[in-house]
Every structure is written in C-alpha cells, then in structure tokens.
Ligand binder design. Structure first.
Ligand SMILES: Cc1cc2nc3c(=O)[nH]c(=O)nc-3n(C[C@H](O)[C@H](O)[C@H](O)COP(=O)(O)O)c2cc1C
Length: 344
C-alpha cells in the first residue's frame, strides 16, 4: 500500500481513524525552514470535524505535535509560535481523542455500500472491518493538511497562493442553497456530494514535465488520494470536448514583458508544464457513503443478504471539509514540482 507522495519533497501518512494517532513524516524540507504553528493549526481547523452543524459530530482538537525533525531550540516550546526544521525527516502527529469504536460493532462483518469496506475485505482476505474505516477514513486527510499547510507556507514567499471553494453541492450552486441541500439530506438520513474548484496563482511558467511526470498527473495523483474523490478536470476539462479549437485555444499576448493568455481554458497547463496562468482544477466529491437509510448488504461470514443502517457519526456531505484538503493537495504537488526543478 502506498501512503507516500512526492519526489523532492516527499511525505508519508501513517495511523488510522481509531488508532492512537495519525500523522505524517515529511522529507526534503531544508534545514532552517520555519513553520508558523498558529497558521498551520488554523489551516487544520478548517478541515477538523465537529466544527459545524453540517459536519460529523466527532469532536477532535486535531492539535499538531512535532515529534522529530525540529531543531533543539524548538523542542522545549510546545507553545512556541514557530518551529524550525533541522533538515532531517519532520514527524508530526495528531492524537485521536474522540474515538467511539462501538459505533462500528453492528456492521463489523457487513460492508457499507459505497464505502471501501467490501473492497478492503477482498484485498486483505478477512471478513472483519477495522473500526472507523481504518486507513480508508477521511480522517487520513488531517495529516495531508499538515503537509499541505506547511507547503502553503513555503510557497507563500514565492508569491504562490492556493484557494479552493465549493461550486456545487447536491445540484445547488448558491451557498445558502448548498447548505440547505446538505441539511435536507441529513434530516432524511441521506447524504449529498458536490464539486470543489481549486486555483493556484503566481505559479511561474515552465514547471513540470511531459507525459507521466506532468503537473496534471501529479495533481491528479494526490487529489485521487483523497477519499471520496471520483473525478478531476483541469481548465475547461470535459467541456473542452465539445468546443472548437478556435474557442478553446487560449490566445497569447504580452503584458509588462510577460507572455500571458487572454483566456485560460488550459487551466494553466500545456504539455504537462505550467504556462504561468492560474492553475485551475475542479474535483467531483461523491455523496458520503455512510448513511442512516436502510440499504442492502451482505454478512460476509455467512454470505447471506442482509439490511444495513449505518449509525455512528458521519458527514452528511464531505465537500465543505474537503475544501482545505484540495488546497493542501495542490500545494503539496506544486511544492514538490518546484523543488524538483530546483534540484535538476
Ligand atoms: C474530509 C472527509 C470526510 C469524510 N467523512 C466520511 C464520513 O463521515 N463517512 C463516510 O462514510 N465517509 C466519509 N468520507 C469518505 C470515505 O472515506 C470514502 O468514501 C471511502 O473511504 C471510500 O473511498 P472512495 O470514496 O475514494 O472510493 C470522508 C472523506 C473525506 C475526504
């Protein structure tokens, strides 16, 4: 199983939803890299569960502790505002505090439709599920946000910023209507999905590679690592398929000595390499699989058909919590690609 991403700035995620901790090891951060803890914590807070009535009621502080890779002067100061990387692998952990494994007892041998349960049982050859979704849980995106939050801080001095927002939820595109769609689904014991748009500005032209090392490949590789993502498109994406070349091509012009394009249907990427225009992707997030409505499933011990109603605490919609995760994914992919170019 691959829990690692990146070549020049490489990170590995570890832990599980109901384990003692989750975390990330990050390699490739230059010695002396300063990490602003408060801003990192504020970034994680945007993803954390239990902060909104439309999110799961699991309540986790998601406090980041650095357990290796910071210079001695920082170690004593858990309260310190910044930590300084020592150049070795940086290890950051989050303790799981609000674990209720009993919630999963009722369907320990009965895979939830839409979740990874059945496929994971087939892969591991067992008929038993790990509580809380184990390594398939959305909770694994908290350590991704640690890596991403740090990457965002490293990109900032290069004037690169990343921003994501929901553009559709449950068929609605206005924020209030999106929230109502989630509340309606929740009240009916159901869930909804949606689309998140993510943009990075300030990315210089010329970053990336053709074919398999392209920027699209790298961003898609990390975005598909986010549970519940079922699609990604760059720039005009699928709409490009029904456009004419004369409409889709982005015409070039010069502004203050820089070559730009008048439109950005390419989403800032041509030939797998950045054009200097904003990088734009949209990701499709499916409706949360764990729903209270009765569904058909199978008891895997006896292979008898049965009914399942998923109890416990779940997000009626993953989109809002996945917004910062998309920013983290974009930032990690960009930082790695930029560091690769520097080391070439
Ligand atoms: C931030 C976040 C929160 C999630 N919360 C839940 C949840 O509460 N209940 C659930 O069934 N799935 C949740 N998921 C999605 C599942 O982890 C995911 O659908 C499952 O592992 C199957 O993977 P796949 O959808 O990528 O195939 C969440 C995903 C993310 C990114």
């Amino acid at each position: 199983m691959n829990f690692s991403y990146g070549r020049a700035s490489r990170f590995t995620i570890f832990g599980a939803s109901h384990a003692a901790e989750i975390g990330v090891t990050i390699e490739g951060l230059p010695a002396g890299t300063v990490i602003d803890r408060e801003r990192l914590q504020a970034f994680l807070e945007r993803r954390a569960p239990g902060r909104d009535e439309l999110s799961t009621s699991r309540r986790e502080p998601d406090l980041v502790e650095f357990t290796a890779g910071v210079s001695a002067c920082d170690e004593e100061g858990a309260e310190a505002k910044t930590v300084c990387a020592d150049g070795g692998p940086l290890r950051a952990v989050i303790r799981n505090m609000d674990v209720r494994s009993g919630d999963y007892e009722a369907f320990r041998h009965t895979p939830r439709p839409g979740h990874a349960d059945f496929a994971a049982m087939m892969q591991s050859g067992t008929t038993e599920l790990p509580p809380g979704g184990g390594v398939f849980s959305g909770r694994m995106t908290a350590p991704l946000c640690i890596a991403g939050g740090i990457a965002l801080q490293l990109l900032e001095p290069q004037n690169i910023s990343v921003r994501a927002w929901p553009v559709m939820i449950g068929g609605e595109t206005e924020e209030e209507q999106m929230r109502l769609a989630v509340a309606r689904a929740r009240d009916e014991g159901d869930s909804v999905g949606g689309i998140i748009q993510c943009e990075a500005s300030g990315v210089p032209a010329g970053i990336g590679e053709p074919m398999f090392g392209g920027i699209e490949n790298r961003i898609a590789g990390i975005v598909f690592g986010i549970p519940a993502v079922k699609g990604i498109e760059f720039g005009a994406g699928f709409a490009a398929a029904s456009m004419r070349g004369s409409d889709h091509n982005d015409p070039f012009f010069v502004e203050e000595g820089r070559v730009k394009t008048r439109s950005n249907h390419a989403g800032g990427i041509l030939g797998g390499i950045t054009t200097g225009m904003p990088l734009v992707f949209r990701a499709a997030v499916k409706p949360t699989p764990s729903i209270a409505k009765e569904q058909d499933s199978v008891d895997m011990r006896s292979l008898t058909e049965t009914k399942i109603r998923v109890g416990g605490r779940h997000d009626p919609c993953i989109v809002f919590r996945a917004v910062p995760v998309m920013e983290a994914a974009m930032a990690c992919a960009l930082l790695d690609a930029m560091m690769l170019r520097e080391s070439a």
